[in-house]
Design a protein around this ligand. Structure first.
Ligand code: UD1
Length: 429
């Protein structure tokens, strides 16, 4: 039976706290889910053709529910069964996105490109999302303006209007993931050709291009810094399978590494994980690339590491907090420089509560390894900070209570079930 997402949203409404008793080894197999950051733009892209598209390996996450709520509000129908999300975008009746959902999730701004392409107008509240910096949307808007849209901002809403989008040459001052995706979607149905220079190269961009091309779009160069989109008159619905979540995989690698455990991860694409694997190798962890997955073999002693976050293929900012939690137990002094977002060190005070020795100067955190962490009461201040608390708590002495865990449920499918299965002492309360 197909279920509507609105009902499911209530079903996944999370509990208040996650409680972890640390110090237990993990062992076994973890199945990695479809990627949150890939599926959200895929859902937006399904608005482009009239008709019914399907996205397999859709992870069961609150962010996916929020995105479906946005689509429902705009007139599309969504249903979910056994990991497959079905989206019927035959009728898009509304060009104004709902204030509450967009405030909750910044990625909902990705509906702007499809709305402009389908309806010639879009009215979207200024986006919210994780509190990790200013996160402007100027690059998205610069792209739409270059393609002929008129943009006005008033009463916390951004309004864009266009008779018909036309192709353009767009240089992004920063390789923004969201701007690259939004422009790719709009340009697919524009008249003429579009070139995005200094485009983001993340695997999620390639996944979106593959979905759009399956719909009949003509996109070349996705995954490089120049993406060319040859506009077509019409797109048709398509069926697509989401790529595995490289950030979820990286997070589980760190959970294995910090508890000195061996874990096997299935459903991974190793090349997407190279920047994370390289730094884990530097810390002494061995990763074996088997035919059907990756085996994580822990280091006896964790070596200190220097990290700088960068756009792909650099080290992902979405792994920074979890890696910091891991390095709190290294034998020496590590450093992490955050260059993608300002203000993404909110996990530092939480890690300090557990006994970590971390100093922040500007956009660099210096982590002096300590012999052990102790359990305590900490908060998941954002999604990846929440994952960092789980990493730390699994190795800490005693019990850790993680509050505000709704952030964690935005991006980690069945995190409790998966950790219980590999022997973690974890529960919800
Ligand atoms: C996506 C990911 C997020 C990840 C981020 C960087 C999704 C749903 N989310 O977010 O998990 O942390 O990529 O890898 O895929 N910027 C501007 N102007 C813009 C757009 C962005 O200045 O118009 C800046 C942002 O403030 C930020 C940086 O560019 O400092 C990166 O942002 P962007 O790549 O756009 O990230 P998101 O797409 O929001």
């Amino acid at each position: 039976m197909l279920k509507t997402f609105r009902r499911k949203t209530q079903e996944v409404t999370p509990v208040n706290n996650i409680v972890i008793e640390g110090g237990h080894k993990l062992s076994g197999v973890v199945h990695i889910s479809g990627a949150k950051n890939a599926v959200l733009p895929l859902i937006a892209a399904a608005m482009l053709p009239e008709g019914v598209s399907q996205i397999e390996e859709t992870p069961w996450l609150t962010d996916v529910c929020f995105m479906c709520d946005v689509l429902n509000y705009l007139g599309a129908a969504t249903s979910y069964e056994s990991g497959t999300l079905t989206i019927d975008a035959t009728e898009l009746s509304n060009a104004t996105a709902p204030f509450e959902e967009v405030q909750k999730m910044r990625a909902s701004f990705l509906v702007m490109g499809p709305l402009l392409a389908r309806l010639g107008q879009a009215r979207i509240p200024l986006p919210g999302g994780c509190a990790i910096g200013a996160r402007p949307i100027d690059l998205h808007l610069k792209g739409f303006e270059a393609m002929g849209a008129g943009i006005t901002i008033s009463d916390n809403y951004i309004e864009a209007r266009v008779n018909h989008l036309h192709g353009a040459r767009i240089y992004l001052d920063f390789p923004s993931v969201g701007a690259t995706e939004n422009i790719m979607m709009a340009a697919s149905l524009a008249e003429g050709n579009t070139v995005i220079e200094n485009a983001a190269k993340e695997p999620e961009i390639v996944d979106l291009a593959n979905f759009l091309n399956a719909m009949g779009a003509k996109i070349k160069g996705a995954g490089t810094d120049v993406v060319r989109i040859f506009g077509v008159e019409e797109l048709r619905p398509a069926r697509h399978t989401t790529i595995p979540d490289r950030i979820e995989a990286g997070s589980f690698m760190l959970m294995a590494a910090i508890t000195r455990s061996e874990l096997f991860l299935e459903n991974v694409i190793t090349s997407h994980l190279q920047p994370i694997i390289a730094k884990l190798n530097d810390s002494g962890v061995r990763i074996i690339d088997d035919i059907d997955g990756l085996r994580v073999l822990p280091a006896k002693d964790i070596l200190p590491v220097e990290i700088k976050t960068l756009p792909y293929p650099g080290f992902p900012t979405d792994m920074q907090a979890q890696f910091m939690a891991y390095l709190t137990l290294a034998g020496g002094c590590s450093s992490i420089k955050e260059t993608v977002f300002e203000n993404r060190f909110m996990h530092v005070p939480e890690l300090r509560k557990m006994g970590a020795d971390i100093t922040v100067r500007g956009n660099t955190a210096v982590i002096n390894g300590v012999p052990k962490l102790k359990g305590g009461r900490v908060a998941a201040t954002d999604l990846r900070a929440g994952a960092a608390m789980i990493v730390a708590a699994l190795a800490a002495e005693g019990e850790t209570v993680i509050e505000q865990v709704d952030h964690i449920y935005r991006g980690y499918e069945d995190i409790i079930g998966k950790l219980l299965q590999v022997g973690a002492h974890i529960r919800e309360e």
